[in-house]
Design a protein around this ligand. Structure first.
Ligand code: AMP
Length: 216
C-alpha cells in the first residue's frame, strides 16, 4: 500500500498517518519531521532548510527530492508507506511519478483532508508534540493526561516554532498557491479520496479504513 496524505497544515494528516500506519504495519514519512530532525542535528540539509521553514516557505525541491528518493528506495520490498507532507508542488508530484515508474510501483491512493482556514489556525495554535516520540496533542481537543508530558513515553511536549500566528498564515497561503493544485492533479489520475478533516478523529480514521478496505 502506497499512500499520500494531502491537505493544508492543521488538517490532521500527521495524526491520521500515525494511526493508519500502525493499523496496516506500514511506515510513514513526514518530510517536515525529517527536516526538523536535520535542523536539530545541524546537518547540511538542516542548515539549508531552517530559514525557509521559519518563514513558512517551502524548502527547495533538491533537498526534499533527495530525502524522498532515499526513502522510497529504502522501502522497496516492505509493506508500504504513507507520504505525509509530500508532494507539496506539481513539480514534486511529477518527480514522484518518475521515481515510482523507475521502481516499477504505483500509488494506491491519495487522501485529501479538507478543513477551513479558521479550523486549521485554531488547531495549529494549540498543537503540541512530544520531543521524544513525536506523538501529537492539542491543548483543547487532545490534552495529555499530565500537562506538558507525553502519555506514551513521558517525554516533554513542545510547540513548533512555525506554529505561530504569522507563520501559520503564510503556510496556509503557500498551501493555497502551490499545493492545492495537486487535488486536481490526483483527481485526474483517479487516485483522490476526499475526507472531511473537520470531523472527529475517530470518525475520520474509520472513513479512511473503510475506503482502503474497499480499494485493497
Ligand atoms: P510540515 O511538518 O509538513 O508542516 O512541514 C513543515 C515545513 O517543512 C513546511 O512549512 C516546509 O517549510 C517544509 N517542508 C515539509 N515538506 C516539504 C515539501 N514536500 N516541500 C517543501 N518544503 C517542505
Amino acid at each position: 500500500m502506497r499512500l499520500i496524505f494531502l491537505g493544508p497544515p492543521g488538517a490532521g494528516k500527521g495524526t491520521q498517518a500515525k494511526r493508519v500506519a500502525l493499523k496496516y504495519k506500514i511506515s510513514q514519512i513526514s518530510t517536515g519531521d525529517v527536516l526538523r530532525e536535520a535542523i536539530a542535528n545541524e546537518t547540511k540539509k538542516g542548515i539549508e532548510a531552517r530559514s525557509f521553514m521559519e518563514k513558512g516557505q517551502l524548502v527547495p525541491d533538491e533537498i526534499i527530492l533527495g530525502i524522498i528518493k532515499d526513502y522510497l528506495i529504502s522501502q522497496e520490498g516492505k509493506n508500504g508507506y504513507i507520504l505525509d507532507g509530500f508532494p507539496r508542488t506539481i513539480n514534486q508530484a511529477i518527480e514522484l511519478n518518475h521515481f515510482l515508474e523507475e521502481l516499477e510501483v504505483k500509488l494506491t491512493a491519495v487522501i485529501n483532508f479538507k478543513v477551513e482556514n479558521g479550523v486549521a489556525i485554531k488547531r495549529l495554535g494549540g498543537r503540541r508534540g512530544c520531543k521524544s516520540c513525536g506523538a501529537l496533542y492539542h491543548l483543547e481537543y487532545l490534552k495529555p493526561t499530565k500537562e506538558n508530558v507525553c502519555n506514551v513515553c513521558q517525554g516533554e511536549l513542545y510547540q513548533r516554532n512555525d506554529d505561530t500566528e504569522e507563520v501559520i498564515k503564510n503556510r496556509l497561503l503557500v498551501y493555497e498557491r502551490l499545493t492545492s493544485p495537486l487535488i486536481v492533479f490526483y483527481q485526474r489520475l483517479n487516485l483522490l479520496k476526499e475526507i472531511d478533516g473537520e470531523k472527529d478523529i475517530e470518525v475520520i480514521f474509520n472513513e479512511i479504513i473503510a475506503f482502503l478496505e474497499e480499494r485493497l
